[in-house]
Design a protein around this ligand. Structure first.
Ligand SMILES: [Zn+2]
Length: 529
């Protein structure tokens, strides 16, 4: 979440993995082998490799030992040799990054953590957690780690527990308050600004009702009310406002996510917006201190609407497009340097010599990165693709051979999800009954919640893929019928998208009214795509 885990720059990093054996009876965590597996998985997903694994054995190392510091002072310290070795290797450049299984396993002693933070600030090599959102590269991550370690370092007992829990809660709520005024609220960041909040509410409802992001953005811009930063309204800004949990009065995990943030490469994944909503141990949303603009249910609708639009719309952008082949056509013109233009051709109108307008698909001009020198008559191209589509359906009609029952591809995911959820329930009830310490709870639950979200995402992906596969097993007649009954071009385009990857449009070899269909090259998807 807080960690941006794409890391192109991080290719081939040598990673030190840190795992710990613990004999904490409250610890419902994984064994060392499975911890190491998770660390390796995360490394692999980042294109990194775990070259050294540091296995700390707490049972012997947890005891304090009497040591003498260089200045002659004598102190009691918890000595953790593997941790110290890892710090040394990080400093010496033997490893380029550290992945720790979780913060509870990283450091029980605040001074251990501070030593590591000092190194991170100096060498700026990533230190991240395989569970939860530990990322010592960010200020937020450091603050979070300090709180968790402080908590972990406290002895158990009711007072300590209560204090630690309140501390964490305060920290989370404090972090979830916007750093500056967010659009929709007054300068006190709590009370609604009547005009702005009404605008945001209307915008959200337009989006839920099916309006495109660009038309919602236009609606807000047309109001004449500027952004908080007095800037121009952008789609990204509006998405940030409408999809943020803050709109429903829900606190955020990460206070850095300000809905008023302007454009730029913030790396915000809008699909992850729901994951930013802060959840308490019972699984309920944590309410922020500010007045909500929308009821929680409506915000959830907006999130589902965004998901719905993003799923299965591989070739359409967030904008609703009116033309049948919008987004599907690629300019196949060979440029002077020998490369293919490859830009998406857009639907537009061209004035003819007669003064009349014709609808065409056109490669955008040079300012948009295209060649601007390739265009086709829209009506003729639409008809040609329709013909080619039906032909493709006939040629690839499914063979009826009493297909063997296929195993559901999402069964294993469901199984895992059930496991994760039952562990979450166990932790939550355990926390309520006082059987699970807040230390264990907060060390384990964020990781489990993250797993839950990941599993839900892959489940919906798998379901979607299956839906598309099932659809492809339909007979050409059924598909044709759906095509003919489709209410508009969007519906027909969605159907095309199940079968078509793209259509390459090479420059026409003929002049005038003859339509050069040989230069139109559809790229069909494989059966399992
Ligand atoms: Zn072009």
């Amino acid at each position: 979440m807080a960690v941006k885990r794409t890391g192109k720059a991080g290719q081939g990093k040598r990673v030190g993995g840190y795992v710990r054996i613990s004999e904490d009876p409250n610890d419902e965590e994984k064994g060392v082998t499975r911890q190491a597996e998770d660390v390796r998985d995360l490394a692999a997903s980042l294109g990194w490799q775990v070259t050294k694994l540091y296995e700390e054995n707490d049972t012997s190392a947890y005891k304090k030992r009497h040591i003498r510091l260089p200045n002659g002072r004598s102190v009691w310290r918890v000595i953790r040799p593997k941790f110290r070795q890892m710090l040394q290797d990080y400093e010496d450049g033997i490893i380029d990054a550290i992945i720790v299984y979780d913060i509870d396993r990283l450091a029980r002693q605040p001074r251990d953590l501070e030593d590591l933070i000092d190194l991170v600030e100096h060498f700026k090599r990533p230190v991240i957690g395989a569970t939860g959102n530990l990322d010592l590269m960010t200020d937020h991550g450091k603050a979070m780690a300090r709180i968790l370690v402080t908590m972990a370092n406290k002895s158990s007992g009711d007072t300590a527990r209560r204090v630690a829990r309140e501390k964490l809660q305060t920290a989370r709520e404090g972090n979830s308050r916007p750093g500056t005024r967010a659009f929709g609220w007054k300068a006190d960041r709590v009370t609604l600004d009547p005009k702005e909040s009404a605008l945001v509410r209307k915008a959200a409802r337009l989006f839920i009702a099916g309006e495109s992001w660009s038309s919602v953005t236009k609606f807000i811009a047309d109001s004449g009310i500027p952004t908080v930063m007095n800037g121009k309204w952008r789609i990204r800004t509006v998405k940030n406002i409408v999809l943020s949990p803050r709109i429903a009065g829900i606190a955020l995990y990460n206070g850095q996510m300000r809905p008023d943030r302007e454009g730029g490469s913030t790396g915000v994944d809008f699909l992850d917006m729901k994951a930013r909503a802060l959840i308490d141990e019972k699984g309920d949303y944590v309410q922020g201190k500010w007045e909500p603009i929308l009821p929680v249910e409506e915000w959830e609708q907006a999130i589902s609407e965004q998901l719905r639009r993003t799923e299965g719309t591989e070739f359409t952008s967030s904008n609703t497009r009116a033309h049948l082949l919008s987004g599907l056509l690629r300019c196949g013109r060979i440029l002077d340097d020998g490369t293919t233009c490859n830009l998406v051709m857009n639907g537009t109108r061209a004035k003819q010599r007669t003064g009349k307008y014709t609808a065409i698909y056109k490669c955008p001009g040079k300012v948009h990165g295209g060649c601007g020198r390739n265009q086709r008559n829209m009506g003729k191209l639409d008809l040609l693709i329709e013909d080619l589509f039906f032909l493709h359906l006939e040629k690839n009609a499914p063979v009826d051979e009493g297909t063997a029952p296929e195993q559901d591809p999402y069964d294993p995911i469901v199984e895992k999800l059930e496991d994760v959820r039952s562990r979450l329930v166990k932790m939550r009830t355990g926390m309520r009954d006082g059987k699970v310490s807040p230390e264990s709870f907060f060390a384990v639950v964020p990781g489990l919640e993250q797993q839950e979200r990941k599993l839900l995402a892959s489940l919906s992906k798998a379901k979607n893929a299956k839906k598309i596969r099932d659809k492809k097993l339909r007979s050409p007649g059924e598909v044709k019928q759906e095509w003919q009954q489709a209410v508009n071009n969007s519906a027909r385009r969605a159907l095309l998208g199940q079968y078509l990857q793209a259509i390459v449009v090479e420059p026409s070899q003929t002049r005038g009214t003859v339509f050069d269909w040989e230069t139109i090259k559809p790229i069909w998807k494989n059966a399992d795509q």
